[in-house]
Design a binder for this molecule. Structure first.
Ligand code: IVH
Length: 657
């Protein structure tokens, strides 16, 4: 329980800052017990206390999401250093703010002798036994390292490791962890080193504690960046994302870049940290109470918050899947106001024991739809009944079934069900499908509920005036939508196939099918054997495609779309080996030094390769960049060849020769 805080950090920060502001305005109200008067929890029983030789400080936080956070910091530093406008920009080091727990690693005579948590900043806990199990942490340092060295950094759990740990916990019937940070905290405080060893932890170094002073032959670094490089040379992991930055503008750019990369990093971050690079200037700037003046943390909007479950409803998806959804008291999380969050399925809902009235942690990260992570406080009135899956679809009344071996409940209504029709329309119009801009949820609701259209082809019969008469549709948006519809008629065969929403036909399979068959009519007549000639199309996918086109209703839809003027560009069927990398499946993982993921994907596809999302025995190559995670491990495990960017370029060059 101790490592499962009752409120997420984002919520804590918000309340803490309000308290700080109040106390600043009314200093008389500050009590010694106030959370602002101490730093984090004090040492816990069972672990020996460790007094830090150099206190473990905290960093001042700017919560602004705008550029102003970096600008305010830079302005403050320039003022305090007495710099004039004409003076050159200050040099900073910009680092990710790792979302784990702070750790001090003490080396004496180049051996790891102690690892301690931060505790209250003065006294922490001795967790050496657990930390020794982290492979990334050197137990001995190479010659040249000083006799006394305390490395400070963050212990954390990588996303993929966290997922695996939770899966295992679930299989063992043990409690699962809410997030990687809590899992890491639990593992570190594990008194039993054997259990700690089973909980995969990682480490990033970002600073120093006590070190042999230069007068006694200790190291003399000029800059923070130099010392990080030295730590790296001694074998400590230093995040590759760490950059030098000059002046506020480059800090702002770093903040934006890391924010965009946040969802794809294999480690959690809750912001970035800016540090003055020159150690001499750091000394000159000094400290205010417990915080250095030379560093600041610039946070991102929290991805987790607590709110109340007002109701639990169900939603019907494109394939009839019924998803329980929590209706929430509105909460600002992950940069948006969230009022609904998925509970995935009945099993998840039961496992998390969510009921109406509960205070729950809601998570919204990147493009991922908001989800309920777990209950923090069951404040429900005693009489609240458990959620029950409806037997009939709440939209069309058809029966709801769960097939043998499946987790999900489904509405059996098919396109008779208005909810499924709506979702089919939204999928058809989506960016990777027909890309019909302006055809959003509100509009689709009106079109289906008002019986203005009954199926996909009906979209193309909508007139501008008819559209302009709808709610929230001005003349201009009606015209734009008409134009988008016209434009979509000249799409690619791959997009068209994907847009039809055939079960198991994702974007990549649609591309393969289009390339292989060239023409829609040929594909529509293909039997299972012919379909299985396409790379990565197995019996299940082949059967799904065949059944789809065998249904008269679906053939009518295709014909009606054609009659409405939809003409996907067709090509000649390609002999399987026409393109140099045909039949090869490649998986991209991590960040490549110069090629963006989409660029690498486009180059590979142009050479005929298929770019897949997960590694299997059938994968031909894995292209791995920095911070590659579980996919790289899987490739190594299966003996799939791994290429770096250079290897990828060589492969493409050889193929295109
Ligand atoms: S430097 C004197 N660098 O943030 C400055 N801290 O309030 C000492 N943190 O719990 C900290 N990433 O564990 C620093 N790149 C980074 C960091 C970082 C995460 C954590 C640290 C501490 C908190 C500071």
């Amino acid at each position: 329980m101790l490592d499962a805080p009752s409120v997420p950090d984002g919520e804590y920060d918000r309340v803490y800052q309000r308290l700080e502001r109040l106390e600043a305005e009314h200093p008389g109200l500050v009590t010694p017990e106030s959370p602002t008067q101490r730093v984090l929890g004090s040492a816990m029983q069972g672990l020996a206390p460790v007094r830090h030789a150099v206190p473990m400080l905290s960093i001042r936080t700017e919560t602004d999401t705008e550029a102003s956070g970096a600008q305010a910091f830079d302005a403050r530093i320039r003022r305090e250093l007495g710099l004039q406008e004409a003076d050159p920009p200050v040099e900073y080091v910009a680092e990710p703010k790792f979302d784990g727990l702070a750790m001090g690693l003490r080396y004496e005579d180049r051996r790891l002798v102690q690892a301690a948590t931060r505790g209250d900043g003065e006294v922490g806990e001795d967790v050496t036994h657990a930390i020794r199990t982290i492979r990334q942490i050197p137990l001995r340092l190479p010659a040249g390292a000083p006799p006394l060295l305390e490395v400070r950094g963050e212990v954390y759990m990588r996303g993929p490791d966290f997922e695996r740990l939770n899966q295992r916990q679930q299989q063992l019937g043990e409690k699962t962890f809410v997030n990687p940070r809590n899992a890491a905290a639990g593992a570190v405080r594990q008194l039993d080193a054997r259990i700690a060893a089973q909980r995969p932890l990682s480490f990033f170094a970002y600073g120093l504690g006590e070190v042999t002073p230069p007068e006694q032959g200790g190291p003399e670094w000029r800059t923070h960046y130099e010392l990080l490089r030295q730590l790296k040379d001694w074998g400590f992991p230093v995040a590759e994302q760490v950059r030098l930055a000059h002046g506020a503008a480059e800090l702002v750019a770093f903040h934006a870049r890391m924010g965009a990369a946040r969802a794809t990093l294999p480690y959690g971050i809750d912001g970035v940290v800016y540090k003055v690079n020159s150690l001499a200037l750091q000394r000159q700037l000094g400290f205010v109470t417990r915080e250095p003046r030379w560093a600041v943390a610039h946070k991102y909007p929290p991805q987790e918050m607590v709110t109340r479950v007002e109701a639990i409803d169900v939603q019907v998806g494109r394939t009839g899947k019924i998803t329980p959804v929590a209706r929430l008291a509105p909460v600002f999380v992950g940069g948006a106001t969230v009022t609904n969050a998925t509970l995935h399925n009945l099993f998840e809902l039961r496992r998390k024991r969510v009921r109406v009235g509960d205070q729950v942690v809601v998570r919204r990260a990147g493009d991922v739809i908001p989800e309920v992570v777990g209950v923090v406080d069951a404040r429900r009135p005693a009489y609240v009944p458990n959620f029950r899956m409806p037997r009939a679809c709440p939209v069309c009344g058809s029966s709801v079934v769960r097939e043998h071996g499946e987790i999900e409940h489904r509405c059996t209504g098919g396109l008779f069900c208005a909810a499924q029709r709506k979702q089919a329309l939204l999928h058809f119009a989506s960016r990777k499908a027909m890309d019909i801009e302006g055809l959003g949820e509100k509009l689709v609701d009106q079109l289906v509920d008002g019986a203005l259209i009954h199926g996909l082809p009906g979209l193309y019969a909508l007139g501008e005036e008819q559209l302009a008469g709808l709610e929230r549709m001005a003349e201009k948006s009606a015209r734009n939508l008409r134009e988008a519809l016209e434009k979509s008629k000249h799409t690619t065969l791959a997009r068209f196939l994907y847009a039809l929403g055939i079960r198991h036909v994702g974007e990549a399979t649609a591309k393969d099918l289009a390339r292989h068959f060239g023409r829609l009519d040929v594909l529509m007549e293909a039997d299972a054997d012919a379909l299985m000639q396409v790379s990565d199309v197995g019996p299940v996918v082949a059967e799904s495609i065949r059944t789809f086109f065998a249904q008269p209703h679906n053939r009518e839809v295709v014909q009606a779309l054609r009659d409405a003027g939809v003409q996907p560009q067709e090509g000649e069927p390609l002999p399987a080996a026409a393109l140099p990398l045909a039949g090869k499946t490649v998986v991209l993982t991590g960040t490549l030094p110069t090629l963006a993921r989409e660029e690498a994907k486009a180059l590979l596809e142009a050479a005929g390769a298929r770019v897949a999302g997960s590694v299997s025995k059938k994968t031909s190559y894995v292209v791995a960049g920095s911070e590659a995670g579980s996919k790289l491990a899987k490739a190594q495990e299966l003996g799939v060849p791994v290429l770096d960017e250079e290897g990828l370029r060589a492969l493409l060059a050889a193929a295109l020769e």
